[in-house]
Design a protein around this ligand. Structure first.
Ligand code: BGC
Length: 749
C-alpha cells in the first residue's frame, strides 16, 4: 500500500502567533524590534525574574520582589485596585518598568458561570462556546486579568478522572473545534484589545490518559497515539494563535511533560512554529524531584528550560538556580533569551506596555446580556437521554409537580468545578426557576429527600415519596456536588453517590411519571436509574443559569438539543469506553450471551471467544453523540458527488434531513468515517464533521457537507502523516452508533 504523502509544512501558517493580515505581520515585526531592544537592556537576574510566576499571599512581600524585577507574572489576584497597585510598582518602580501579566483560572466563566466545559461540548455549538469565553474575558479583564489557564483540551476517555469535567470530552476533533472556539472568545479579534485575555492550551500533553483515571498518575501513550489522538487539539490551538501553552503534571512513558523536549521543542516549536509562552503547571518543575526524574530544584530548572519551558509557575526553581547553571554551562544564555523573548512578546501583544492599568469601577459582571448568553449555553448543553410516552415536555395536564432531590436547589453545586469567582447568590436553581417562571401553571411541592448528593441518611425519602403521591408528576434532581469532580477528585465508583439511587427508585414505585435530571461533572453510571425513570435529562453542571434553562426545557419552551460528548458506560468496569476504539481481531457479535444466559458447566469455548464483557456486554448505555429531542428527525437520500477520490479531492456529501415530529427542533448531524484497512489498525470510526440544523415541525432540508480527503490523513506505520489509499465507509446520523452509510475509495495519484 503506497501512502499519499501530504505536503503539510506548506499548510502551516506563517504566522501561527495569531496574525492574519499584512498589517499585523508588520506590527509583529515592530514588536520583535521592541522585544530585542528591551532584552538587550536586561540583566540576567531581570531575565530570570520575567520567567518567574508567583501566586502572592502577602502584598508587601510581592511588592518588594516586583520592585526588584523578580516577577514576570502573578496569578490569583482579583481585586482591580490591588492589581493596579502592584502593576504601578512594576511599571514605575522596577528598573525597566516591565508590566506584569495577571493571570487566573477562568475556566467556564468568571462571575457569570457557564456550563462546565464538558457541558459546553455537549452543545456541539462552537459559536455559543466562543460567546461564553468572550463573556468570561470581558468580566475577567474588568478586574485586570489578562491571561486565563484555559481551554483544557485534554482528550478525556475516563470518567473516573475528575478533570474530565474541564475537558471537551473523548473526541480529538470535538476538543479541537471547541478549544479553538474558546481561544477565539478569550482572545477576541486582537490581543491588544483591553477585553482580550491570553488563552492557555493545557495540559500539554496526554494528561487525560492518567492510568486508572487517577489524577496526576503516569501515562503510557506511544508517539503514534500521541500524534493521532492527543496532539491534534493542541495543534489546532497553536494554529488558532493560542497565546500560551501549559505543560502537564504527568510523566509519559517515563518523561515528565515539563522536561519533555520532544513535545515542547520538536513538536511545538519546530514542527508547529509556535512562538507563544510555555508555562509549567503549578510547581510541576519542582515536582520532577518527586517523580524521581530530577535530583533537586536545580536539576529540575535545568531540565525544564532545556526542554523548552519559558515560565515557571510558583516553584521558583528557575530564579533560584539558573544563574549558577549558566555559569556552569548547563544552560545557555540563548535558551534564557528565547524564553524571555516569548514572554515579552506576549506582553507587547497584549498592549500591556501602553495600557498596563485596568479602569475601575466596572459594571459588566453578571450583565443581563451575559446571563442570557449563559442561559443559551445551558439550554443547548442539556441532553435528553430518555423520554418514554412523551413524558416531557410537561403539558397543562400537570397541575401539581413534585420537585425533589439534593440538586434541585443547590446554587453552589450546580456551578461545578473550578469556580473561584462566581458567587452562588447569583445562581438561579431549577427550584427557584420553576416556581418563578411556571408557578402560575403548576403548584410546586418541594422536598429535598436527601440533603446533599453523598447523603446516606434516608430519613427524608418518605416525605419526598409523600409529595410524589400528591403530584401529577415528579422531577428529581440528583447528581454530584461540585467537589466530586475537577482536579484531584477522581472516583473509582461511578454510580450515583449516597442514597440517590434509592430515592429515585422509591419515587418511581409511586407509579407517578418520574423525570430524573442528573447534574454532574462527569458521565455517571446510571443504567438502573434510567430504567425506572420515564424521562431523563443530563446536565453537566450547568452554571449560573442552569435553573431557567432546565425549567424551559421541562415545560417545552426550549426543545433539548445537547448530545453526549462522551460515551456513557453501563458499568464502571467498561471504562475506558469510547466510540473511536480500534478494531480488534475478534469483535463481539450482537448475539453474544450475557452472564445469566450461560448454562451451568458450559464448555470453555461455548460462549464464543470474542472481545466482550460477560456481565456488561460491549455496548454503552448511551453512545457518543447521543441525544433525543421532543421531535424526531429522519435522515434519507444520502449521496456522494463522487465515491472515487484522490487525496487532493474533497468529499461532497449530501442528504435530506426531515423534522418528522410536531415540535420545532435542532438536530446535531454528525459525519463519521472509517478507514477500512491501514498500515496500522484504525479506529472503528472517527468524527469528521458536525453541524446544528434547526427545522420547523414537518420541515425538511438538504444538508451538504464537504470534507477534504486530506483530513483523513493519520500517522501510520512509518510515522508519516498521510492519507493511505484504500476503501472507506462513512456514516451520517444522529449519533456515533447509528446512521446512513456509504462506501468510497481513495486512490494513489
Ligand atoms: C492545575 C492547572 C491550573 C493551575 C493554576 C494546577 O493545579 O493543574 O490546570 O491552571 O493549577 O491554578
Amino acid at each position: 500500500m503506497k501512502p499519499i504523502k501530504l505536503i503539510i509544512t506548506a499548510l502551516i501558517s506563517v504566522c501561527i502567533g495569531g496574525c492574519s493580515s499584512q498589517k499585523e505581520l508588520q506590527a509583529d515585526a515592530a514588536i520583535e524590534n521592541k522585544v530585542d531592544s528591551l532584552l538587550n537592556q536586561m540583566t540576567l537576574e531581570e531575565k530570570l525574574g520575567q520567567m518567574n510566576q508567583l501566586s502572592p499571599w502577602n502584598f508587601e512581600d510581592l511588592a518588594k520582589r516586583v520592585r526588584k524585577g523578580e516577577v514576570g507574572s502573578i496569578l490569583n489576584m482579583v481585586n482591580p485596585e490591588e492589581v493596579n497597585k502592584i502593576q504601578k510598582i512594576a511599571v514605575e518602580e522596577s528598573r525597566l518598568g516591565i508590566p506584569l501579566i495577571v493571570s487566573r483560572d477562568v475556566i467556564h466563566g468568571y462571575k457569570t458561570i457557564f456550563p462546565i466545559p464538558l457541558g459546553q461540548a455537549a452543545t456541539f455549538n462552537p459559536e455559543v462556546v466562543k460567546e461564553g469565553a468572550r463573556v468570561a474575558a470581558i468580566e475577567a479583564s474588568a478586574d485586570g486579568i489578562r491571561w486565563t489557564f484555559a481551554p483544557m483540551i485534554d482528550v478525556s476517555r475516563d470518567p473516573r478522572w475528575g478533570r474530565i469535567a474541564e475537558s471537551c470530552g473523548e473526541d480529538p476533533y470535538l476538543n479541537a473545534i471547541m478549544g479553538t472556539a474558546m481561544i477565539k472568545g478569550y482572545q477576541g479579534d486582537s490581543l491588544n484589545d483591553p477585553t482580550a485575555i491570553a488563552a492557555c492550551a493545557k495540559h500539554f500533553v496526554a494528561y487525560g490518559a492518567a492510568e486508572g483515571g487517577r489524577d496526576y498518575n503516569s501515562t503510557f501513550i506511544p508517539e503514534r497515539v500521541l500524534r493521532n489522538v492527543y496532539l491534534p487539539p493542541f495543534k489546532a490551538a497553536a494554529d488558532a494563535g493560542c497565546a500560551t501553552f501549559m505543560t502537564s503534571f504527568n510523566d509519559n512513558d517515563g518523561v515528565p511533560s515539563t522536561a519533555n523536549s520532544f513535545v515542547l521543542k520538536d513538536v511545538l516549536r519546530k514542527e508547529w512554529k509556535y512562538d507563544g509562552i510555555v508555562v509549567t503547571d503549578w510547581a510541576s518543575a519542582l515536582e520532577m524531584v518527586n517523580h524521581g526524574f530530577c535530583t533537586d530544584g536545580k536539576d529540575a530548572a535545568e531540565k525544564s528550560v532545556n526542554a523548552g519551558v519559558d515560565m515557571e509557575m510558583v516553584s521558583e526553581t528557575f530564579i533560584q538556580n539558573l544563574k549558577q547553571s549558566i555559569a556552569e554551562n548547563k544552560v545557555s544564555i540563548e535558551t534564557i533569551d528565547n524564553a524571555v523573548r516569548n514572554i515579552l512578546r506576549l506582553k507587547f501583544r497584549l498592549g500591556l506596555f501602553d495600557n498596563p492599568y485596568v479602569a475601575t469601577p466596572q459594571t459588566v459582571k453578571y450583565a443581563e446580556k451575559h446571563l442570557q448568553t449563559a442561559k443559551t449555553a445551558a439550554e443547548q448543553s442539556v441532553i435528553l437521554l430518555k423520554n418514554e410516552n412523551q413524558t416531557l415536555p410537561f403539558t397543562d395536564k400537570i397541575k401539581t409537580l413534585a420537585v425533589i432531590g439534593p440538586m434541585a436547589d443547590a446554587p453552589y453545586e450546580q456551578m461545578g468545578t473550578w469556580v473561584f469567582d462566581g458567587e452562588k447568590e447569583h445562581t438561579q436553581t431549577p427550584l427557584i426557576a420553576i416556581k418563578k417562571m411556571y408557578g402560575d401553571k403548576v403548584k410546586v411541592l418541594f422536598e429535598k429527600g436527601l440533603e446533599y448528593s453523598r447523603d446516606k441518611n434516608t430519613a427524608g425519602i418518605a416525605r419526598a415519596v409523600s409529595a410524589a403521591h400528591q403530584a401529577d408528576a415528579v422531577v428529581v434532581f440528583v447528581g454530584e456536588e461540585s467537589i466530586l469532580s475537577g482536579e484531584a477528585h477522581s472516583l473509582a465508583n461511578l454510580n450515583l453517590q449516597g442514597a440517590q439511587s434509592q430515592l429515585i427508585k422509591e419515587l418511581a414505585a409511586t407509579g407517578k411519571p418520574v423525570v430524573t435530571v442528573v447534574m454532574a461533572g462527569r458521565q455517571l453510571v446510571i443504567a438502573d436509574e434510567v430504567k425506572v425513570s420515564d424521562a431523563v435529562l443530563y446536565s453537566f453542571h450547568p452554571g449560573t443559569m442552569g435553573g431557567p434553562a432546565i425549567a424551559d426545557i421541562l415545560f417545552g419552551k426550549v426543545n433539548p438539543s445537547g448530545k453526549t460528548p462522551v460515551t456513557f458506560p453501563r458499568m464502571s468496569g467498561q471504562v475506558p469506553i469510547y466510540y473511536a476504539q480500534h478494531k480488534t481481531g475478534r469483535p463481539a457479535n450482537p448475539t453474544e450471551m450475557l452472564i445469566d444466559e450461560i448454562p451451568v458447566e458450559a464448555g470453555q469455548t461455548s460462549v464464543g471467544c470474542r472481545s466482550f464483557y460477560l456481565d456488561a456486554g460491549n455496548s454503552p448505555l448511551f453512545p457518543f453523540g447521543y441525544g433525543l429531542s421532543y421531535t424526531t428527525f429522519e435522515y434519507s437520500n444520502l449521496s456522494l458527488a463522487s465515491d472515487k477520490l484522490t487525496a487532493q479531492d474533497t468529499l461532497s456529501i449530501s442528504f435530506t434531513l426531515k423534522n418528522t415530529g410536531k415540535y420545532d427542533g435542532t438536530e446535531v448531524i454528525q459525519l463519521y468515517v472509517q478507514d477500512k484497512v491501514g498500515s496500522v489498525t484504525r479506529p472503528v470510526k472517527e468524527l469528521k464533521r458536525f453541524q446544528r440544523v434547526t427545522l420547523k415541525a414537518r420541515e425538511s432540508t438538504q444538508v451538504s457537507l464537504s470534507l477534504p480527503v486530506s483530513e483523513l490523513a493519520f500517522w501510520g506505520y512509518d510515522m508519516n502523516y498521510t492519507v493511505e489509499p484504500g476503501d472507506f465507509t462513512l456514516w451520517v446520523g444522529t449519533n456515533s452508533a447509528k446512521g446512513l452509510t456509504k462506501d468510497f475509495s481513495v486512490s494513489a495519484l
